[in-house]
Each structure stands twice: as C-alpha cells, then as structure tokens.
Design a protein around this ligand. Structure first.
Ligand SMILES: N[C@@H](CCC(=O)N[C@@H](CS)C(=O)NCC(=O)O)C(=O)O
Length: 205
C-alpha cells in the first residue's frame, strides 16, 4: 500500500490532499520535524534529503510535492486532477507547482519557520518578500475561482498549504488578498481536504 510520510500541518499536506482527492488507498507515517525525526538514519534511508513528504510506492520512493502531484494525477487520470492529456496545459500545471516549490514556499518558510526566529530588519524584509509572492499569485497566477479557472486541480490543494500558513500568521488580509482568501475557504470546504485535515489532527483556519 502507498505510504506517505507527513509532518502534520507542513507542506506534505499537498500530497496528502492529492491522495485523498484521488481516492487512493494509502497510509501515512508521521515524521515529527520538531523532534528531528527527519534526520534519523531510518528516515534518511527513505529520503536522504531529510524532508517530508516522501511517498513509498511499489516502484520506489517519490519525493517533492510537485512530483508526487504529477504522479497522482497521471496515475488516476479519470479523476481529472490535472490536465494530463494536453501537453501544454500539463506544462502549465507543473510550472505553477514549480513556482510554489521554488518561490512561495521558501519565502514563507524563511519568514515563519527560521530558527532562531527572524527579528528586526531581516524579519521586515522577509515579510515584504512573502507578501510580494502572495501578491503575484493574487494578481496574476490565480485565475479564479481555481488556479486554472473553472477546473479544480491538485495545484489548488498545494496553494492552500501556503495560504493556510499565511492566514495563521495574520498575513492573508482579505481586503488585500480577496481571491486568495476565497480560494482557501473553497479548498478547505472540499471533502478530500476535510478528510486530510482530520487525519492530520488539524482544523480549518
Ligand atoms: N520542495 C520540497 C520541500 C520539502 C520541505 O522542505 N519540507 C519541509 C516541511 S514543509 C521539511 O521536511 N523540512 C525538514 C526540516 O525542516 O529539517 C517539497 O515540496 O516536497
């Protein structure tokens, strides 16, 4: 059976949502990042990068949310979780997920999870950068109501990881980010996301 290594509330929620949306039979294994379990020899044997998510499949391990999302969408094409048949549209799906992984996630992650916490000018600069990335999504990348218009895709669940963090940190002002705020509410109302949150012991924000 598929085994997804997760850290409740962390970015592996994107892959967890994907498995729930696909209706894929799976189990989860919790890696406690605060306890440093991602650096144990047992987990490094699964993912030498020492990060979650990692998905164990019959063929081996897949790491990186963007790769897991593409794999899920292509494995269950009948669920229409991404435009897997249209090569150009699938490239756009991967492009958006690449932006989340390489741009929005690092910007928010540095601001919210740096240890020791950022202070002073460094915190101000990190806040400005994170807000600018969110503004880019609000103004240009999120077509609405879903990322790619009328069709929900796994990019929507992935984006919600970061808008969830932003809302928890008081950064997702609904006047400044009306589309992102409505988007997060809509994602959190999906049955698959309700199931994911319950499984991770979390509540909507
Ligand atoms: N680009 C990677 C990022 C993975 C990542 O950085 N995961 C974080 C949790 S959100 C982690 O496990 N960090 C390990 C650590 O903090 O030591 C992905 O999307 O899978």
């Amino acid at each position: 059976m598929l085994n997804l290594f997760i850290s409740p509330g962390a970015c592996a929620m994107a892959s967890h949502i994907a498995l729930e949306e696909a209706g894929a039979e799976h189990q989860t294994t919790v890696i406690d990042l605060r306890q440093g379990q991602q650096k144990t020899p047992e987990y490094l044997a699964v993912n030498p990068a020492g990060a979650t998510p990692a998905l164990q499949t019959d063929q081996g391990v897949i790491t990186q949310n963007a790769a897991i999302l593409a794999w899920v969408a292509q494995t269950w094409p009948e669920k229409k979780l991404a435009p897997v048949v249209d090569v150009f549209q699938f490239a756009r799906f991967n492009s958006f997920n690449g932006f989340l992984a390489s741009s929005l996630h690092p910007a928010l992650g540095r601001l919210l999870f740096s240890r020791p916490p950022l202070e002073g000018e460094a915190k101000d600069q990190a806040t400005d950068l994170a807000l600018a990335k969110l503004q880019l999504v609000e103004d240009h990348l999120l077509e609405g109501p879903w990322v790619f218009g009328s069709a929900y895709t796994l990019s929507d669940g992935y984006l919600s990881v970061f808008t969830r963090w932003a809302r928890q940190a008081g950064l997702l002002d609904s006047d400044r980010f009306p589309k992102l705020s409505a988007h997060l509410d809509a994602v959190q109302a999906r049955p698959a996301v309700v199931r994911m949150l319950a499984a991770e012991g979390l509540s909507p924000v």
